[in-house]
Design a protein around this ligand. Structure first.
Ligand code: SAM
Ligand code: SF4
Length: 333
């Protein structure tokens, strides 16, 4: 699939729930969250059918996300079916990490079950090493569980584990160096992400927004000039660097300040309530659940995908005084 700007779509982010066991201010609105009723959520069978159709159109990478995907019942069973879909070569998961160390059957952690189900890469959110700050950011006292979850993930040997840190002025700029040292001690990739306007709580302002350039300067003031790794790419828009003198790799995701951010976008998003979104930072979304439940054929659904890709914007609208309509938690990060 290719859009009119030359973006080749090979990556589908699949959100399987709008629910979460945490309450990050930059992701969820402050007002009481109403979860979607179950009948408005795609069943796993429906989701798998859409992934298969996307795979027939050239999608080779799937990342399961949410909300917190590991809060959905039978998630492991669902995930185990994704690698059986012809054409899917790469399967990732984004998680807050809180449930990775949980024992799900005797002697087996969630992390182990996910690895056995075929998950290759795991992205784990970690904004701070300070337990109190963590609780303030996420609304929950789950810091210890996340650290255990990270170790559980390391223990089962995923192909790749990345830690993701959202940059927040006044809340975690003093954590960047400790987080780098934490990631280095565990041989994990660490990425710093600019906050995007996708929640009504942390509306971007000079008070809370920290750019990747500022983070890079702060890091360089400690370690010296970072060494660009132009050859290293994952599937996303991060730019990567080595910390001089050690093997630590860090990435920067600057949706707000990197003007080339959208150039190589290869992504399409499927929300848990069956909307296809051609871009995270655009109001455009298309209801594929409706034709799906009305009995559309595979060919008709394929055409739906192609039409959505054709509407993919050249770039996101985040820099355009963007006001979120749907929150990150309801889209799938
Ligand atoms: N619950 C999982 C987690 O926290 O990783 C998966 C879903 S979460 C929406 C996916 C990613 O989006 C997380 O790394 C989170 O930090 C990031 N995220 C959420 N809101 C954001 C925002 N306003 N700006 C930038 N990143 C955000
Ligand atoms: Fe939940 Fe992840 Fe959003 Fe935090 S960022 S509220 S953990 S979905």
């Amino acid at each position: 699939m290719q859009d009119r700007y030359g973006h080749r779509i090979s990556y589908l982010r699949v959100s399987i729930t709008d629910r979460c066991n945490e309450r990050c201010t930059y992701c969820m609105p402050q007002e009481l969250q109403e979860w979607l009723p179950r009948e408005e959520i795609l069943t796993f069978e429906e989701t798998l059918r859409l992934i298969r159709i996307a795979a027939e159109l050239g999608v080779s990478k799937v990342r399961v996300t949410g909300g917190e995907p590991l809060t959905r019942r039978d998630v492991v069973h669902f995930i185990a079916q994704i690698p059986t879909i012809s054409g899917i070569k790469n399967l990732g998961l984004s998680t807050n990490g809180t449930l990775l160390a949980r024992q799900i059957t005797s002697g087996k952690t969630m992390a182990t079950a996910l690895r056995e189900a075929g998950v290759q890469s795991v992205n784990i959110s970690l904004d701070t090493l300070d337990r109190d700050v963590y609780s303030r950011i996420t609304g929950r006292d789950f810091h210890a569980q996340v650290l255990e979850g990270i170790d559980a993930a390391i223990a089962v040997g995923f192909d790749q584990i990345k830690l993701n840190t959202v940059l927040m002025r006044g809340r975690n700029e003093n954590q960047l160096i400790p987080l780098i040292e934490f990631a280095a001690s565990r041989n994990l990739i660490l990425r710093f992400i600019e906050m995007m306007p996708v929640s009504t709580t942390d509306v971007l302002s000079e008070n809370n927004f920290m750019s990747i350039l500022e983070a890079k300067r702060l890091i360089e003031s400690v370690y010296g000039s970072l060494i660009p790794e132009t050859e290293f790419r994952t599937n996303g828009p991060a730019t990567y660097y080595q910390i001089p003198g050690c093997k630590q790799r860090i990435g920067f995701i600057g949706a707000m300040t990197n003007l080339h951010f959208c150039e190589n976008c290869n992504k399409l998003r499927l929300t848990c309530d069956g909307k296809l979104r051609p871009c995270l930072g655009s109001y455009l979304e298309f209801d594929i659940m409706k034709p799906l439940r009305a009995g559309a054929s595979d060919e008709e659904l394929k055409q739906f995908f192609l039409d959505v890709v054709d509407r993919k914007p050249e770039q996101h609208d985040f820099r355009d005084n963007y006001q979120p309509n749907r929150k990150m938690i309801a889209i799938g990060g």
